[in-house]
Design a protein around this ligand. Structure first.
Ligand code: UDP
Length: 239
């Protein structure tokens, strides 16, 4: 336990992470593989809270660009995150990890409503808290939801899982010469428009001095290495 660098963290996973090779929806094998990594750190004693996106099922902004009302589309996006949260809950519990899904939109037959003090209590009892339905408000992203929850749950840091090794000066999937940053300041990210999280989420982290770790979800052991304080990916923090 003593070698753990973090005692309570927020992990933001995009919905796309769960789609696997099919590129949409929820792939059970991919979900199980991700959850094995999460379960490992939960059993190490890290208090783990998760925010999961919904982009593998429904993304409000792209659907609204084709004519649907933005707020309606965003509510559908938030409902998509609940489906992902339930898939993760199922996979985690099959691995023997106790979890709670807490939703920002009340649907008490499906999951608990998000209540901050209850969420903290679950974390203290070693349950993984899966925060679903984003902020419950349209026009926001799950990145912003993750930062807000991280702050109110008093997490030591927020980690954003990606499919590349961290933050690069340009898209590494299109430019083989892209350079990986090991550290950045919040201002670097905002001024250079680097793809870490949306600007509302970055600004919240900056104002509240919440460190952001960006790492490759698909390198086995990365989440564990981060929890032990090893330098993995890119760290974004203040000056
Ligand atoms: N969303 C929202 N408010 C929130 C969080 C999410 O309206 O607080 C909606 C929005 O339409 C978004 C969708 O839910 O496109 C899915 O979330 P996101 O795109 O952030 O998922 P990710 O890209 O991480 O999979």
């Amino acid at each position: 336990m003593s070698q753990l660098r973090f005692s309570r963290v927020m992990l933001k996973l995009s919905g796309e992470a769960f789609a696997g090779d099919q590129g949409f929806g929820i792939d059970p094998l991919t979900t199980q593989a991700i959850c094995r990594e999460l379960a490992e750190v939960a059993t190490m004693g890290v208090q783990l809270s998760l925010v999961i996106g919904g982009g593998n099922i429904f993304r409000g902004v792209s659907v609204s660009s084709k004519g649907m009302d933005r707020a309606s589309a965003d509510y559908m996006g938030m409902l998509a995150t609940v489906m992902n949260a339930l898939a993760v809950q199922d996979a985690m519990e099959k691995l023997g990890v106790s979890t709670r899904v807490m939703t920002a939109i009340t649907m008490k037959e499906v999951a608990e409503p998000y209540i901050r003090r209850r969420a903290i209590r679950h974390l203290e009892k070693g349950r993984v808290v899966i925060c679903a339905a984003g902020t419950g408000i349209p026009y926001f992203t799950t990145d912003t939801a993750a930062v807000l929850r991280a702050m109110e749950l008093k997490c030591d840091a927020i980690f954003k899982a990606t499919r590349v090794d961290g933050v690069y000066d340009k898209d590494p999937e299109k430019h083989p010469d892209a350079v990986l940053y090991s550290t950045l300041t919040y201002l670097d990210v905002l001024q250079q428009g680097l793809k870490v999280m949306d600007s509302a989420a970055i600004s919240l982290c900056m104002d509240n001095k919440l460190p952001i770790g960006v790492f490759n979800l698909f390198v086995p052991g990365n989440i564990k290495r981060l929890m032990l304080g090893e330098r993995v990916g890119t760290l974004v923090q203040g000056e």
